[in-house]
Write a protein that binds this ligand. Structure first.
Ligand SMILES: Cc1cc2nc3c(=O)[nH]c(=O)nc-3n(C[C@H](O)[C@H](O)[C@H](O)COP(=O)(O)OP(=O)(O)OC[C@H]3O[C@@H](n4cnc5c(N)ncnc54)[C@H](O)[C@@H]3O)c2cc1C
Length: 296
């Protein structure tokens, strides 16, 4: 089922992001433990990332196809332009379509490790907006794209980056999922600019990453360029090596942020689960979002 149809049946569209495990054991755990636990939380759909440089291309397709065909649940494949010609992309899309995948998260992607700038394939795309237009022309998929409440790190002006985000919607994107952020005002400013200044009318879904510990979140933020407020750093530092206490605080913070965003009226929330179900389960229970209250 396409994203736009799924949304019509949901008051709040909750989605969970997974990544392709590196090992066969990791994949068994994903399908035998993590996904069944996450599905008890009644998400609208799952998504699976697409590794840098297309490194997990086959794995991503395999995981999303298994979720759709074996688990019988909606799942979107992330797809990037990195190292891909148009013919490579068409090959991927044909397989995705024949495996029943209806939804994509269309991205430019980042330069492979060791490269500092993104270099498009000579017969590929330089920006996600071009990929979106290409996908729209091919048809057959609903398309989600990335948005950056603090502006994309490569763009010197966040308003310019937000205009480029709106251009992806203009090109055919059906929804925006945001990068992680820890200051709600960044999200509100982004949303306000897109909706009220640029007239964007598709759902804008905040992306929430439940923090595990200071080291982990500092690493993520340095990779994706998101800002970690000083107060948050100090709070996490105060837990020292107590990983349980840090994770518990991560759950509390994600619950508070999500509750506030829902009160504000967001149409849904995308959780970066990191292939774990514990924190996400606690957050969804805290938010009281389950229709089947007996689910545990
Ligand atoms: C929800 C989400 C999921 C993600 N999933 C993955 C994944 O699975 N795999 C992965 O490798 N990465 C993933 N990423 C990371 C993403 O690939 C990087 O952030 C990447 O640097 C930008 O991708 P984009 O699609 O936002 O690019 P774009 O929208 O193309 O933007 C990239 C940069 O180009 C600029 N730009 C856009 N259009 C123009 C133009 N016409 N002229 C000049 N400049 C322009 C933008 O301002 C921005 O600075 C994800 C990010 C998010 C938020």
């Amino acid at each position: 089922m396409r994203f736009s149809e799924i949304c019509q049946h949901k008051d709040v569209t909750i989605s969970f992001e997974l990544f392709p495990p590196k090992t066969a054991e990791g994949e068994v755990k994903l399908f035998e433990r993590t996904i069944p636990e996450l599905l008890k939380l009644e998400p609208a759909f799952l998504t699976c990332t697409y590794g840098a440089g297309g490194s997990t291309r086959e794995k991503t397709l395999d995981i999303v196809s298994r979720i759709v065909k074996e688990v019988h649940y909606e799942a979107a494949s992330h797809l990037t332009c990195v190292g891909a010609s148009r013919a490579d992309l068409v090959g991927y899309l044909e397989q995705a379509r024949s495996n029943g995948i209806d939804n994509l998260v269309a991205l430019r992607g980042d330069a492979p490790q060791g490269d500092d700038t993104f270099r498009p394939h000579p017969d590929g795309f330089k920006y996600a907006v071009e990929l979106v237009a290409f996908l729209k022309q091919l048809g057959g998929f609903d398309i989600m794209v990335a948005g950056y409440p603090e502006g994309h790190p490569e763009c010197p002006d966040k308003h310019l980056d937000w205009q480029r985000c709106a251009a992806k919607v203009e090109a055919g994107a059906d929804a925006i999922i945001t990068q992680l952020f820890y200051d709600l005002n960044d999200f509100y400013a982004f949303e306000d600019y897109l909706v009220n200044k640029l007239g964007v009318r598709v759902p804008i879904m905040p992306g929430i990453l439940p923090i595990l510990n200071l080291e982990q979140i500092q690493r993520f933020c340095s990779i994706c360029g998101a800002r970690l407020p000083e107060q948050l750093i100090q709070r996490l530092a105060s837990y020292g090596d107590d990983k349980q206490a840090s994770r518990k605080y991560g759950v509390e913070l994600a619950t508070e942020m999500s509750a506030e965003l829902l009160r504000h009226g967001v149409p849904g929330i995308h959780f970066y689960t990191l292939n774990r179900s514990d924190s996400t389960t606690e957050i969804i229970h805290n938010l009281g979002l389950l229709t089947n209250k007996s689910a545990s």
